[in-house]
Design a protein around this ligand. Structure first.
Ligand SMILES: *Cc1c(COP(=O)(O)O)cnc(C)c1O
Length: 403
């Protein structure tokens, strides 16, 4: 090692930061807090007017006709597999690299998730790979806007149309993004959002589905309320006690307290996406000259929402694998993470569907190399500089100590 190399914190050196910088974090403003307090003082804590108001504002923000708000992104995904009437024998194509909830929503309804490989440059569904997975049992494609980058919806819509399949966008990472000028939320038959604290906007827990299909929206509202055809407030308004449960639903309702937070959070969305792009641009510029570190590629003409900033680490160049870099960066106070292990490698999927390593080679190769760096709106420029400094320090040290 040369004298220029600083001793790594993992080897007993001085860490870049003394306090761990997390990979993601919510932004909650004083206006958000005031909005929630107002809801707490109102007549309705749940099934009240703030739910419909949040739905209207969310739909308007993405340019969709309807938005249905539910208790989580997972519940939102489940609502889509229900209204598509997915059942035993039906196959739904999902990407190998996503959060497990994308595939679980198919399994909840008795369907079979079919894992399609991803494009190694972007880790988004590879349209050619999707085409290979289509059989006469295929009913739908769920595209995941991994890390916040919208998929190639032109190519995916064309495949879906040609085979008569539904197209669902798992947009849990990409609220605020766009593909060829069209906002995320309008790019598929239904688009699903998560409102978990690390996601683009938050309600603590929560989820939303957007669609232009009025019948689907109505059925999802019934599904989130046990399958009952009216809610408490509408019965109050019409002075009736009678209701009918028309299908087996769940209590997937979101509260007015959460929607009060959501309404307030929506107003900060554009500024948030702009800040994420600014941080990402600093990372891309800095890592362009760091050997062995490769940010994921950008598709042409997208607005990337940057829920995650993902780099790939080349073990041959660095002389160490991703696991070692992960530990070294955490020792430097940089809260790196890994998103995600290919879903089918989870023991549940191996046991239930007999999935085995080797199914999606590009996803498995990527999984060995990916690392998510901290990115969130309230990171300061000095936090960003610390991440860049730590990545440079760690990778330089391993490159120079190689052999
Ligand atoms: C977060 C997430 C979900 C699930 O959302 P929850 O609100 O946590 O239930 C689903 N899909 C993807 C891609 C996610 O990142």
């Amino acid at each position: 090692m040369t004298a220029l190399c600083r001793q790594l914190a993992i080897d007993g050196g001085e860490p870049v930061r003394s306090r761990m910088l997390p990979y993601g974090r919510q932004t909650v403003t004083e206006n958000d807090i005031a909005s929630v307090v107002e809801a707490l003082r109102s007549d309705w804590l749940t099934t009240g007017p703030r739910v419909a108001e949040f739905e209207r504002e969310f739909a308007a923000a993405v340019g969709a006709a309807h938005a249905v708000a539910v208790s989580s992104g997972t519940a939102a995904l489940h609502a889509t597999t229900r209204v598509l009437d997915i059942g035993p024998g039906d196959e739904v194509i999902v990407p190998a690299i996503t959060f497990v909830a994308t595939a679980n929503a198919v399994v909840y309804e008795g369907g079979t998730p079919v894992f399609a490989d991803v494009d190694p440059a972007t880790l988004l569904l590879d349209p050619a790979g999707v085409e290979e997975c289509v059989t006469d049992r295929t009913r739908a494609i769920v595209a995941v806007d991994y890390a916040g980058q919208p998929c190639d919806y032109d190519a995916l819509s064309e495949i879906a149309e040609r085979h008569g399949l539904a197209l669902v966008s798992d947009a849990c990472h990409s609220l605020g993004g766009a593909h060829k000028g069209r906002p995320v939320g309008t790019l598929a038959d239904m688009s699903v959002f998560s409102l978990h604290p690390v996601k683009p906007i938050t309600t603590g827990e929560g989820g939303v589905i957007t669609t232009d299909d009025e019948a689907m929206a109505a059925r999802m509202r019934r599904f989130r309320n046990h399958g009952i055809n009216s809610d408490h407030r509408s019965r109050e308004a019409t002075g009736t006690w009678a209701y009918d449960q028309e299908e087996l639903g769940f209590n997937y309702r979101i509260t007015d307290i959460q929607c009060a937070l959501g309404i307030s959070q929506l107003s900060g969305l554009t500024a948030r996406t702009d800040r994420m792009q600014e941080i990402a641009a600093s990372y891309r510029e800095a890592f362009a000259t760091v050997e062995g570190v490769e940010p994921l590629a950008l598709l042409p003409d997208v607005r990337h929402a940057y829920h995650l900033f993902v780099i790939r680490l080349d073990a041959a160049t660095l002389g160490v694998d991703r696991g070692r870099v992960f530990e070294a960066l955490r020792a430097e106070g940089i809260g790196v993470n890994v998103h995600y292990r290919p879903v089918y490698l989870n023991s549940f999927y191996e046991a239930r569907f007999g999935a085995r390593p080797g199914l999606c080679p590009a996803a498995e190769a990527a999984y060995a190399e990916i690392l998510s760096l901290p990115i969130f709106t309230t990171m300061t420029d000095s936090d960003v500089a610390d991440v860049i400094d730590a990545v440079d320090k760690v990778t330089r040290s391993y490159r120079e100590g190689r052999d």
